[in-house]
Design a protein around this ligand. Structure first.
Ligand SMILES: *Cc1c(COP(=O)(O)O)cnc(C)c1O
Length: 489
């Protein structure tokens, strides 16, 4: 067939007029800088309007639209209704606030469109650098391996797969049928739900995740752990992994990791530590005692997007034994083998260390942010958040109508409005209503949890934009709304 007959005009997705898109790009950047600079002036929560919701119920577009019009739709219908974890009074769940520099780094990574998996390219080395820094920050040996992932959830599953491989190398090829009895995993009752999901996904089954009771400080009871291990062994189960928490999601409790490491060694079990946010204070010398044992774990997960304030998504898993890590995921396939020279040379592919083949260039925003701020800045900000948590706890305790519901070992504060004379059920409803009004009135966005049946308003402070006065506002407004609810119900 003749070339001319194929197409009248050869097409591409690149702009026909580069300067127009360039101009629009600059406007986007201006808009975003303004948006970030003025975040404090807007309510922390704005309910998506009917028009915004309707804009997401459209048929697949058949005809092309002007880039500017598409951007304007984003500007009017998406941007104003953010989850808004960039706001100084956002303390819901555990979410970091990102940074303007991180945003720019993401733009660079996207511009390169780098697929960081295999091949002789610099992004591979940027990720290796970030992994080396991660080992250093967490006290892991240089020889350890690691991988960047979308979040601690995926980091935890990745570690569990390696732990399972360590328990029995036949599982990889023959499945769980090759094990002589049901495998069991141990972690405190405060362990994050994503670990249970991981245990389900890798075929162990969440019934075989043993929820070990916690003490009054929400730390795993190691006496109970020992008892459960012996009991399970006697009953024919095969314990293979302990999951320790460096910072539980409910209250920020740090398990006695050193003791868990000793138990793991004694019983020949894998020790994984979920340090999604609570491993980060390992950067502070004052946490040397409470996080002791972290550096002994066989694997560790932590997020960059929470308490290191890197833009979503960015997390890391570290594995002490690199051979085991590789063995658990690698398989030789013809189209992925490395060559001596050319683009197919380069370092060992990251696809050999996790589930993903195609992977984005998450490493760039981490690398650039760590360089721009230096660990000293992070130490200052983490300490600031820790002090703010203590300050909030003090403010709560000073208010006669408020009640602190859990110890504050880290950056999470659980409290409630309790004017006295109400039973738990009423208090739970009252505080749930207060929380919804705090959000609806755009004041502040803590979230919630339930501790021993008591509904708690919960502030998780991984926010580099919060000021001490923001917590005064939270306390005053909680009391005001509490009284308002009592009047109206
Ligand atoms: C947030 C969190 C996770 C899950 O991390 P993602 O980054 O959201 O996937 C796991 N464990 C703990 C303790 C967490 O706080």
């Amino acid at each position: 067939m003749k070339k001319e007959a194929l197409l009248t005009e050869e097409r591409t997705l690149d702009p026909q007029d580069w300067s127009t898109l360039n101009e629009l790009g600059h406007r986007m950047l201006d808009d975003l800088f303004y948006y970030l600079e003025t975040t404090r002036q807007r309510p922390v929560y704005t309910k998506p309007t009917a028009a915004a919701l309707a804009s997401m119920q459209q048929p697949v577009p058949e005809q092309p639209q002007d880039a500017k019009a598409v951007y304007e739709e984003f500007f009017n219908h998406v941007l104003p209704f953010n989850i808004n974890n960039i706001h100084p009074r956002f303390w819901a769940w555990v979410q970091g606030g990102g940074t303007p520099f991180g945003m720019l780094a993401d733009m660079l990574a996207s511009g390169m469109n780098a697929n960081v998996s295999i091949g002789d390219s610099m992004p591979m080395y940027v990720e290796k650098q970030v992994l080396d820094w991660s080992k250093e920050m967490m006290g892991f040996p240089e020889t350890a391996s690691g991988l960047l992932l979308s979040g601690a959830s995926l980091a935890n599953i990745t570690a569990l797969v390696v732990a399972r491989h360590a328990a029995n190398r036949d599982i990889k090829t023959k499945g769980l049928q090759s094990v002589a009895g049901p495998l069991t995993v141990y972690g405190s009752s405060e362990t994050h739900n994503c670990v249970l999901k991981g245990v389900e996904v890798i075929g162990i089954g969440s019934d075989n995740f043993r929820k070990v009771p916690v003490d009054a400080d929400y730390r795993i009871r190691t006496d109970e752990l020992r008892r459960m291990l012996l009991e399970d062994r006697a009953a024919g189960y095969i314990p293979f992994c302990i999951v320790g928490n460096a910072g539980t999601v409910n209250t920020g409790a740090i398990d006695p990791l050193n003791e868990l490491a000793a138990i793991a060694k004694e019983h020949k079990l894998w020790l994984h530590v979920d340090g999604a946010f609570g491993a980060i204070p390992n950067l502070l010398p004052e946490f040397a005692d409470s996080l002791k044992g972290l550096e002994l774990a066989d694997s560790l997960s932590f997020d960059f997007h929470k308490w290191l304030y890197v833009n979503y998504e960015a997390a890391c898993v570290l594995i002490r034994d690199p051979q085991l890590h590789r063995e658990a995921f690698a398989s030789a396939v013809n189209y992925l083998t490395l060559h001596e020279r050319g683009l197919s040379a380069g370092p060992d592919g990251f696809n050999n260390f996790g589930m993903e083949l195609s992977r984005g260039f998450k490493a760039l925003k981490i690398w650039m942010s760590l360089k721009q701020n230096g660990l000293e800045t992070y130490r200052t900000l983490i300490r600031q958040n820790l002090q703010q948590a203590q300050y909030l706890a003090e403010l709560v305790q000073m208010q006669p109508e408020l009640e602190l519901l859990a110890p504050v070992p880290l950056n999470i504060v659980c409290f409630r409005f309790n004017p006295g004379n109400y039973i738990t059920k009423q208090l739970n409803e009252l505080n749930r209503e207060i929380l919804m009004r705090l959000h609806e009135q755009g004041i502040a966005a803590p979230s919630y949890t339930v501790l021993n049946g008591e509904y708690a308003i919960r502030a998780a402070i991984t926010n580099h934009r919060s000021r001490f006065t923001d917590f005064e506002l939270l306390v005053n407004e909680t009391v005001r709304l509490g009284k308002e609810c009592l009047l109206t119900t």
